[in-house]
Design a protein around this ligand. Structure first.
Ligand code: EPZ
Length: 419
């Protein structure tokens, strides 16, 4: 099993071009199967989750090929409607193929998805919304069989109890070819939703209001192929910025999505780092020691502070001057990384959804196991600013969301290798 060996204590400096967004690529790849034609995706990151999505596309009859960061998806033929449990278990995003399959064929057989263990991750809102769109759903023993009653889903008024990203995506994917108009109230406003809608509009879909809480979709009989560039990854941006901030360094991030990263930047600024932005660049210079963040850092749906940046910022604040407080409001169990950080010398107390991080002067190397994608990235950040050497195992979690992270770290002057 592969692992990372990291020797910490070096200042990180340099320029990095941001990878394409994982959380955009996955729904866009699912959306490609709605198109009767070929889709070419640029800036598609080389991630294990992306390859898992391509296996799902191939298993329902599409042909998905990659060359470098370009994916070509030929979905002229979709002749199977069952996705195996094995493929569904590989990642949480497999569940959004349900909406896409219903939009393309009017039926599908899937099962409960896998993905990061962040506490209970039910799909009740997904299923309730699809039922309102005239889809018959039978659940038994983990399998979920869906069939549009009239062979095609119908437009409906959907009010989500919580602005769930996945539920919003599933409704959009089912609604773009449904019979009639669908309105989603309390929709998720994440930038990845806008990117998905941008892609679907390029395929001929009629969608308005993405980025707002109310989205209106007029169903079309058919969508066509297109060429599209996936947005940069704002969580990868938050990760590299936290990494360099904790390592007293300097970073120029190019191909950055500045506006979409703003909810994170406005908190990072409070640590005393100098941050300048231009059209698609973020420049950061970190001082001799970060300051703790005075305000409580509450994770919220976009445009609030992103839950996916909680762990990476926490790792940086573990060596800040003073005490910072986090409040995790999206997932019930998203502090699993704290055990490893404490093993490296951090002073963190978790009380339910609150974590109190008392900055320490120095961390030290240790052998730790990645618990999930962002938790694993937090361990890399801690190891890079620790004295001595660390070993991080179960890095398969990290490869799900970061493209060759060890090469990026080496580019910035860090000592990290994959063995
Ligand atoms: C997406 O997950 C992202 N994943 C997550 O990023 C991200 O943390 C999350 O949105 C929130 O921003 C992808 O885009 C692939 P949700 P998703 O549905 O769609 C509850 C990463 O690190 N809920 O918005 O699963 C749910 O349990 C990953 O890249 C229900 O109760 O998130 C959670 O507590 C991790 N019932 C909350 O809502 C439902 O039917 C938010 O979930 C659906 C969700």
């Amino acid at each position: 099993m592969q692992k990372f060996i990291i020797t910490g204590g070096k200042s990180l400096r340099g320029e990095l071009a941001l990878q394409g967004s994982k959380n955009s690529s996955l729904p866009i790849m699912a959306a490609a199967l709605l198109c009767c034609g070929e889709c070419t995706l640029h800036c598609c990151p080389k991630l294990t989750d992306v390859y898992a999505a391509s296996r799902i596309l191939n298993c329902v009859g599409c042909r998905c090929t990659f060359s470098d960061n370009m994916a070509v998806i030929d979905s002229q033929v979709v002749d199977r409607t069952q996705i195996s449990e094995e493929l569904m278990r590989e990642m949480r995003s497999s569940i959004i193929f349900m909406g896409a399959m219903l939009g393309r064929t009017g039926e599908c057989a899937v099962s409960v998805p896998g993905g990061c263990e962040l506490g209970p991750r039910p799909i009740d809102m997904h299923l309730a919304a699809l039922k309102k769109m005239g889809v018959d759903i039978t659940e038994s023993g983990g399998s979920i069989v869906c069939k549009a009653v009239c062979g095609r889903a119908k437009g409906a008024k959907i009010s989500l109890a919580f602005p769930s990203v996945g539920a919003t995506e599933n409704v959009i994917l089912c609604a773009v070819t449904a019979d009639g108009e669908t309105v989603i109230n309390n929709a998720a406003r994440e930038p990845e939703i806008c990117d998905l809608c941008g892609f679907l509009r390029s395929c001929g879909a009629d969608i308005k209001g993405d980025g707002e809480s109310r989205i209106v979709i007029k169903g079309k009989k058919q969508l066509h192929g297109c060429e599209y560039t996936i947005m940069p990854d704002r969580i990868a941006a938050a990760t590299y910025l936290s990494m360099v901030a904790a390592a007293h360094g300097e970073l120029i991030l190019t191909n950055a999505c500045v506006l979409e990263t703003e909810p994170f930047l406005s908190v990072l600024e409070q640590t005393g780092c100098s941050i300048y932005t231009s059209e698609n660049k973020i420049y950061l210079r970190s001082g001799p020691r970060l300051r703790a963040v005075r305000e409580r850092i509450r994770t919220m749906p976009h445009p609030g502070f992103p839950t996916d940046a909680q762990a990476v910022l926490m790792a940086a604040l573990a060596v800040a001057d003073g005490t910072s407080i986090f409040e995790e409001n999206i997932f019930d169990c998203r502090y699993r990384h704290t055990e490893a950080l404490i093993k490296m010398g951090a002073d963190i107390q978790v009380l339910g959804k609150v974590a109190v991080v008392k900055g320490v002067e120095r961390l030290h190397g240790a052998n730790v196991q990645a618990t999930d994608l962002r938790g694993g990235a937090a361990m890399i950040i801690a190891a890079l600013c620790a004295d001595g050497t660390s070993e991080i195992s179960r890095i398969c979690h990290i490869d799900r969301g970061y493209e060759k992270i060890e090469e990026a770290v080496r580019l910035l002057g860090g000592d990290m290798r994959r063995v």
